[in-house]
Write a protein that binds this ligand. Structure first.
Ligand code: FPP
Length: 251
């Protein structure tokens, strides 16, 4: 029986975003094909979803397919799409059970039609729930900024936005994440320490945690380790330690 994470942490982030890296290396270490690494990666998604429920996490974002992942061999891209499809079919009941809604960020319309249909069906059947699982699919921050710029230009042309009034609030409303809180904690597995075009604007004040473990090995103990590290961080948002200490506690 594994140790439950419920009530174990005094400070729980609202939003954790994960770069699930190292499936290929995990497979290589075990003498298996890359696809098997991704399959084990999906099994690990199930276990981390369980951890997220135990800590009552408001938003969990998973980087499942980047806008650059199309450049991988065709059979790997197809296998990732199939795994996504199987995941959606098999995990829909779990989302209902845990009252989690599915959301996607990224250029969804460029994914295979059957995957889009499935995503939309699960998004709509879970829309009423309070907690959120965000799948970043065909996602990249630079493309997201391009899409936001297009929306802003259209608003200016339609006369609904005066460029002189453009500020971060109006710009962030045009990002894919307009209805989500910014991530408090970004985790990347597999020992790589870079953000790889993932939530670059939203993670401006996020704490970053790098784990040496490949994604299929990033278990609940490792997830708890990331949360323990988060407890110890002092988030200053450009202020000094003294200012932070004097700040009134949030209501
Ligand atoms: C990185 O490992 C992982 C990916 C590119 C895909 C992540 C996808 C999954 C875990 C499966 C699909 C997700 C869901 C939610 C159903 P890598 O292949 O880059 O590993 P490597 O750097 O060791 O080669």
């Amino acid at each position: 029986m594994h140790e439950q994470l419920t009530n174990r942490f005094s400070v729980v982030p609202r939003h954790i975003a994960i770069i699930m890296d190292g499936n290929g290396r995990w497979a290589k270490q075990h003498g298996l094909p890359r696809i098997e690494g991704h399959r084990r990666g999906v099994i690990n998604v199930e276990s981390i979803l369980e951890c997220a429920s135990e800590i009552n996490l408001e938003v969990l974002t998973l980087f499942a397919f980047s806008s650059e992942n199309w450049n991988r061999p065709r059979e790997e891209v197809d296998a990732l799409m199939n795994l996504l499809s199987e995941f959606l079919a098999s995990k829909e009941p779990l989302l209902h059970k845990n009252r989690v809604k599915l959301r996607t960020i990224g250029r969804k319309h460029e994914l295979p039609e059957r995957v889009v249909a499935q995503l939309e069906q699960v998004e709509s059947s879970t829309a009423q729930y309070p907690r959120t699982l965000v799948l970043a699919l065909n996602y990249g921050s630079r493309v997201e900024v391009v899409d936001a710029a297009r929306k802003l230009i259209a608003m200016v042309q339609a006369g609904t936005l005066d460029p002189a009034n453009l500020d971060w609030d109006s710009l962030s409303r045009c990002l894919y994440t307009s209805d989500l809180p910014d991530p408090d904690l970004v985790i990347r597995t597999s020992g790589e320490s870079r953000l790889s075009n993932f939530l670059l604007l939203q993670a401006a004040y996020a704490e970053i945690y790098y784990s040496p473990l490949n994604w299929p090995d990033f278990d609940r103990k490792a997830f708890a380790g990331a949360l323990e590290s988060f407890q110890k961080r002092e988030r200053r948002y450009g202020m000094t330690s003294e200012q932070i200490a004097k700040r009134p506690l949030p209501a």
